[in-house]
Design a protein. Structure first.
Length: 274
């Protein structure tokens, strides 16, 4: 009888381990993981409202969302950028996740000279996250920024609120060390290792009798922007906070457009989940 009970218990434990299907970030509670810049997912039926992203988990492996900074930019600047993204977990194993994210942005451009135009950006990204050692996670990503701009007037700068828009390949990495389920230390880097000119097409009226058509290529002065930051992350059951800073160029979250100045780069995020 004792052997039979032990056998039943053993089978139950093995079955629970193999069929739990728990994502790699499971910690025995319902904390929302660090899904920004990583392959981790917010989880099924979870709504995350954050400064950098709104995300909703349609299932454990699929989520949709928007980037609020781009939507709200039109309230204090000439840029209005509706956007949408979808994130899918391609492989989920205990201690390893591979996912893909596709984001789309439509930017309405105007300036003080009366130039009007639009910019379309599509950003496919592949993420990989792995627990290489106990409490130590490595997160990596490769992203491609596809950009096209059209308009009327002087749009040759190819700028979106001082961010240079070009077609580019970027790589990112995050090192996360979990001191506890609540506290993590984070180091993050990003580097644009390749880029191609932005092709701009437009037209305008020089005077009542003359019109002009524009065809130009936008080349950036610094084709390899980068950043390196360090931060601390606090993840309570329904609230998360990331705060820190570093050096380099600030990349607009989601769209990955680098701002021109090189210097101090803030690192921060805040979210609540339900």
């Amino acid at each position: 009888m004792i052997r039979r009970r032990l056998g039943v218990i053993g089978v139950a434990v093995v079955t629970a381990t193999l069929t739990s299907g728990a994502p790699a970030h499971a910690q025995g509670d319902d904390r929302v993981p660090l899904d920004e810049n990583t392959a981790l997912m917010v989880g099924a039926n979870t709504l995350k409202l954050g400064l950098l992203a709104f995300e909703y988990g349609l299932s454990r492996k699929v989520s949709i969302g928007v980037d609020p900074p781009a939507w709200l930019a039109g309230t204090f600047s000439s840029v209005f950028a509706p956007n949408l993204h979808v994130k899918v977990a391609l492989i989920e194993r205990r201690g390893y996740v591979l996912s893909a994210r596709v984001a789309g942005y439509y930017v309405n451009l105007t300036n003080s000279d009366g130039a009007r135009g639009s910019l379309v950006e599509v950003v496919p990204t592949v993420f990989a996250s792995s627990e290489v050692l106990r409490h130590l996670w490595l997160h990596g990503e490769v992203a491609y920024n596809w950009v096209r701009a059209v308009g009327a007037g002087d749009l040759t700068k190819g700028e979106v609120d001082n961010a240079i828009a070009v077609r580019a390949w970027q790589a990112g990495a995050v090192v996360q060390y979990k001191l506890s389920p609540l506290v993590s230390l984070i180091g993050r880097g990003r580097y644009q290792f390749a880029s191609t000119p932005l092709v701009v097409k437009g037209n305008g009226t020089l005077d009542p009798y003359t019109t002009a058509q524009l065809g130009a290529e936008v080349h950036v002065v610094h084709p390899h922007p980068y950043l390196a930051v360090a931060a601390i992350a606090l993840t309570w059951r329904h609230v998360g906070l990331v705060a820190g800073g570093g050096y380099g160029q600030y990349f607009i979250p989601g769209a990955n457009l680098p701002l021109a100045p090189v210097g101090f780069v803030p690192e921060g995020s805040l979210w609540v989940s339900f």
